[in-house]
Design a protein around this ligand. Sequence first.
Ligand SMILES: NC(=O)c1ccc[n+]([C@@H]2O[C@H](COP(=O)([O-])OP(=O)(O)OC[C@H]3O[C@@H](n4cnc5c(N)ncnc54)[C@H](OP(=O)(O)O)[C@@H]3O)[C@@H](O)[C@H]2O)c1
Length: 279
Amino acid sequence: MTDASTGAGPGTGAAGAGRVVLVTGASSGIGRETALQLAARGDSLVLLARRTAELEVLRRACLRTGSPEALVITADVSDADAIEEAFTTASAEIGPVDTVVHAAGVAAYGRFEEIPAASFDRLFDINVGGTANVARSALRHFDAHELTGNLILFGSVVGRISTPYLSPYVASKWAVHGLVRCLQAEQARGGHRVSLVEPGGVDTTIYEKAASYLGVQGKPPPPVDDAEKVARATVALLDHPPPGALGRSTEPGHVPRLPGLPRRLRPDRRTADVPARSR
Ligand SMILES: NC(=O)c1ccc[n+]([C@@H]2O[C@H](COP(=O)([O-])OP(=O)(O)OC[C@H]3O[C@@H](n4cnc5c(N)ncnc54)[C@H](OP(=O)(O)O)[C@@H]3O)[C@@H](O)[C@H]2O)c1
């Protein structure tokens, strides 16, 4: 995805200009696209993931696209101390973070009983523990700086439905959904805005990177969106908050309630062309 593909150059789309946005999962997929679109609106960015080289490339792209400032932070979201430190560093170097887009996440395929406990636990550490770490640090940071903050967390269509062979991922997204509901209730009266984005199938690297204990690799279920479209929905949620006083929250959704979706989420043995990573 090139800079130009954000559809906007420096200084355009001033709706969000001036925010300081921390984006996790910024090294690829939806997080990366969201960062580029926010850059085009003139937001300063804190780009967080584990792969520093990818983040550095993105940092330069964000500066060319319109970000006044962009900072790279290499961190694992499952490390609560590292996430707390990320907010402190961001605040010291760019200014208090008023917006957080938490897109970091991983997936794993397999029959539940064939997925090693360590793999199940690691996925939960990242998808659930990581979400809790980012949300906790974000809300504390907003309060400490007396900001009305905007926190966007990523669920999934499978945070409301179930499908076989994805049990750790499905369970993690139901957990994120539940956590967001609790945060929304807690923040409902004059607190911070907490939103949940719930994509369906999106063409990103999450599928090829997923561990598979099935002998086949997963793929996005149709209809497949591109990351740019989900990023646009995410940025729109920040630029045009839903009606209601600040502190009210929303679920922008885009939850396709399609018959047969659980079946289509399963890996397809006929078209799979990537060998299982491990078994
Ligand atoms: N793609 C879909 O079909 C789909 C559907 C519904 C929901 N979602 C959700 O959307 C979000 C974004 O996923 P995506 O599709 O854009 O996937 P992606 O392209 O694989 O991006 C995932 C990002 O998360 C980062 N990440 C993974 N583990 C991390 C960790 N422990 N600490 C810090 N960063 C970590 C990765 O960077 P590093 O490897 O550099 O750390 C990467 O930047 C996820 O929450 C995913 O569950 C995706």
